[in-house]
Design a protein around this ligand. Structure first.
Ligand SMILES: Cc1cc2nc3c(=O)[nH]c(=O)nc-3n(C[C@H](O)[C@H](O)[C@H](O)COP(=O)(O)OP(=O)(O)OC[C@H]3O[C@@H](n4cnc5c(N)ncnc54)[C@H](O)[C@@H]3O)c2cc1C
Length: 429
């Protein structure tokens, strides 16, 4: 029998990625008593490969080998994937949300005023990103600096730790909002895996979760599922409110690499600059990653000869907007590429080759595709309504799963906007 958790709450938020942490913060600001449950650890970020692996290489939760043998990754930790992401900010596409009666502009202007969003100063753009920008412009691309969620005054030039979890507090992560919620009185339990929402008479009344091997129940008048693109459809299914599998998008990526003789680098902020072709659903950006990640790409590409060329190899990320398909199951997720997705990737790789030629990196090779943006699995208009309400009263979903259509953009800022909007909607009730 589950043990009752001793308190009851105004709201329970499941998951601490950008969506969940934002709702938790908004509600605690409004005086709500909030319980936040996160299956990952809230141990401080150390920026080490070991910790990064413990946050992302969690089979069935953070790492999935898909049916075509490609990799899908996401963060399982306080802050969710934002702890290990590349900190690129993209404004929500207004028209896409307007089609569902959702206006994210007020939330966006509020977030822009409070968060460190903007392009990096030149002093933090690494030599590889600069060379790639030069090559892209030579090849005729409108390659511009991208907005980042990084505090330039804290960020260190020549550092490479953002993708492992910035230990210096330079990169904004959802842990920032989570900490604010905790300071505001929220109760946060990490390593607490939520099995399901408790539904009684068509209303969500709490959740059942497992912590330190003990099955517990916690009760609240509102439950917000924010387990991410993979976690939330599973939670809904376990609560009897969704089918066993859900289709999704993953925004597949290929790393295209070429070696130069005159740069000794490899330690810089990834995605400092790039170009987007929104109509085609293709985007390109520099992507200098720490050596072990680069070595993973070279091995995957069968290029053992380039294994130790990290400090001289320019890397470009080609990311595409893929169709919704595949399936998220209870222990697995797999999103095979549609023929159209392959065509877009091929086109993007060709563009990246042109950029690398312009940058003077002649011997180009590329990785297989992989993905890090699972979403669209509980879509607005299908799995939730435009207030993000799911199939029971007092039950909401707020994370990448609710994105209603194929995507292809950095999702974080959009999820923060959805979190602010949901928090304000609930508080106003
Ligand atoms: C390597 C990488 C680079 C990226 N780069 C960028 C970038 O530059 N810009 C950008 O905007 N986006 C980027 N992203 C994507 C972005 O970080 C994610 O889209 C975003 O974090 C998703 O937020 P979310 O609210 O959906 O929740 P998530 O971040 O997915 O977090 C969900 C949380 O819920 C927890 N959870 C799930 N199920 C349960 C359960 N049953 N019980 C308890 N807890 C549960 C998980 O452990 C996780 O911590 C990147 C992602 C990766 C992996």
């Amino acid at each position: 029998m589950p043990e009752p958790h001793t308190h009851s709450y105004d709201a329970i938020v499941v998951g601490t990625g950008p969506g969940g942490a934002t709702v938790a913060r908004q509600l605690t600001r409004r005086g709500w008593r909030v319980l936040v449950l996160e299956q990952g650890s809230a141990a401080p970020l150390t920026g080490t490969v070991g910790q990064m692996a413990s946050m992302a290489a969690v089979p069935g939760k953070g790492m999935f080998i898909q049916r075509d043998a490609s990799l899908l990754v996401q963060g399982v930790t306080a802050g969710g994937s934002s702890a290990i992401n590349f900190a690129t900010a993209a404004a929500p596409p207004a028209e896409l949300f307007a089609a569902y009666g959702i206006d994210l502009a007020p939330a966006l202007s509020h977030l822009r005023a409070e968060l460190p969003i903007g392009p990096l100063p030149d002093s933090l753009i690494g030599p590889m990103a600069s060379r790639i920008m030069q090559g892209a412009r030579t090849a005729g691309f409108d390659w511009q600096k991208l907005d980042k969620m990084i505090r330039p005054s804290v960020c260190r030039s020549g550092c490479w730790r953002c993708a492992y979890g910035c230990p210096f507090g330079a990169k904004w992560t959802a842990r920032d909002f989570l900490d604010e919620a905790i300071r505001g009185g929220a109760t946060m339990l990490d390593q607490a895996w939520v099995k399901r929402a408790l539904i009684e008479d068509g209303r969500a009344v709490g959740v059942e979760f497992v912590r330190e091997g003990v099955v517990q129940e916690a009760r609240a008048r509102v439950v917000v599922l924010a387990g991410g693109g993979v976690g939330s459809p599973r939670l809904l299914h376990n609560s009897g409110l969704a089918p066993r599998t859900s289709g999704f998008f993953s925004d597949p990526v290929i790393a295209v690499m070429g070696t130069v003789d005159d740069i000794d680098g490899g330690a810089e902020v990834p995605m400092a600059a790039g170009v987007r072709f929104d109509a085609d659903g293709i985007s390109l950006a520099d992507m200098t990653l720490p050596a072990p990640m680069y070595q993973g790409f070279t091995l995957q590409a069968g290029r053992v000869d380039r294994l130790f060329a990290h400090r001289h190899t320019l890397s470009i990320m080609v990311k595409v907007r893929d169709e919704i398909g595949g399936a998220i199951g209870l222990k697995w997720a797999s999103k095979p590429l549609h023929a159209n997705d392959r065509l877009k990737l091929d086109r993007g790789v060709e563009m990246a080759r042109e950029v690398l030629r312009g940058a003077g990196a002649p011997h180009v090779f590329h990785s297989r595709h992989f993905a890090a943006h699972p979403g669209g699995s509980v879509r607005i208009g299908e799995g939730v309504d435009s207030d993000l309400k799911a199939g029971a009263a007092n039950l909401y979903v707020c994370d990448a799963s609710v994105i209603p259509r194929p995507w292809g953009l950095p999702p974080t800022l959009t999820l923060l906007c959805l979190g602010v909007r949901l928090g304000e909607h609930l508080a106003a009730q």
